[in-house]
Design a protein around this ligand. Structure first.
Ligand code: GLV
Length: 321
């Protein structure tokens, strides 16, 4: 088929097989290391559709390099802060993402971070691995229980709600702040209160971020917001790094303004602020939210299905623009 699909990062075979079975001959990068920028700008030339990963920045320069025949950018991620949506829209390029298929995997990681940071699991594991002497003790390495504590969700979309359901099962109460009140749309059993961001920060024991990363959420959590949190509260981020001012977070942790943080994402990923590295009350994991084999296969399949739909002049399944 003459519709040229360029897959700019290594994706699971399930996605490539789907494209091939539909009669396409995808040109796919087959290396776990992302392409360099110049490799990427070369690879996209004359593409009709791109299947991209979050490591690829899709901006005006890349759209120009691809050429005016480009019709689709299908991101293999629910977040699309790597893509300049208005530049794509202005050129008539459809953008798609992969919502739904990674909801549970990401909520699992948010819940894991909540448990890890409140119960000091990273710290405990480091003690064992260090082979330093340790002894069970009544007062040894006490953490913070989460039962009857309030989880404050910032951004009550699918992943926020799935995290809330998990937290509820662990005995937490749920509050959320969102651009709009979605109380009528989420499970009634969650009994979630809609609060302003300030009230959520003031009253929550754990604050977990689940909103998209864009200009309006850049540094949504900075020095002022961290100061509003309880000294005993923890911050969890499985969304995107730039939503948190990472330097302000380091300073808040140093000043004891919050009790700890669990982070799957970083402001300048893959770089991690040096001030986080030596803190015991911080759990740091390398952007693993959707990292299960099944989830990644489902993401690749959904992105491929979107590209096929656009190639066939049908509506994409999960459009962004
Ligand atoms: C991963 O970070 C995603 O947005 O899907």
């Amino acid at each position: 088929m003459s519709f040229r699909i360029v897959v700019t990062g290594k994706i699971p075979n399930a996605g490539l097989d789907l494209l091939r079975n539909a009669g396409f001959s995808p040109i796919a990068w087959n290396n776990d290391q992302p392409m360099t920028r110049s490799e990427l700008l070369n690879a996209v030339v004359s593409a009709d559709a791109l299947i991209t990963l979050i490591t690829e920045k899709v901006d005006e320069e890349l759209l120009v390099a691809a050429g005016s025949q480009l019709r689709a950018v299908c991101n293999v991620a629910v977040g699309f802060n790597n893509i300049d949506i208005s530049a794509c829209t202005a050129r008539g390029v459809r953008v798609t993402n992969t919502p739904g298929v990674l909801t549970d995997a990401t909520a699992d990681i948010a819940m894991a971070l909540i448990l890890m940071v409140t119960r000091r699991l990273g710290e405990g594991e480091r003690v064992i691995r260090s082979e330093d002497a340790w002894q069970w003790g009544m007062h040894y390495m006490l953490g913070a229980g989460i039962q009857k504590r309030q989880l404050g969700i910032i951004g009550m979309g699918a992943i926020g709600a799935a995290t809330a359901r998990r937290a509820k099962a662990f005995g937490m109460s749920v509050a959320y702040s969102s651009r709009r009140d979605v109380t009528g749309e989420i499970d009634r059993g969650l009994d979630a209160k809609h609060l302003s961001l300030d009230d959520l920060l003031l009253t929550s024991d754990i604050v977990s971020i689940h909103c998209p990363s864009n200009e309006s959420t850049h540094h949504l959590i900075g020095a002022e917001q961290l100061r509003k949190m309880k000294k005993s509260a923890f911050l969890i981020n499985t969304a995107r790094g730039p939503i948190v001012d990472e330097q302000a977070l380091v300073e808040a942790l140093e000043a004891g303004e919050i009790a700890g943080a669990g982070l799957d994402v970083f402001e300048f990923e893959p770089k991690v602020n040096f001030g986080l590295l030596n803190r015991q009350n911080v759990v740091l994991i390398p952007h693993l939210g959707s990292a299960t084999a099944e989830t990644r296969a489902a993401m690749a399949t959904l992105a491929a299905s979107n590209a096929i739909a656009i190639a066939n002049n049908q509506h994409p399944i999960t459009p962004v623009n």
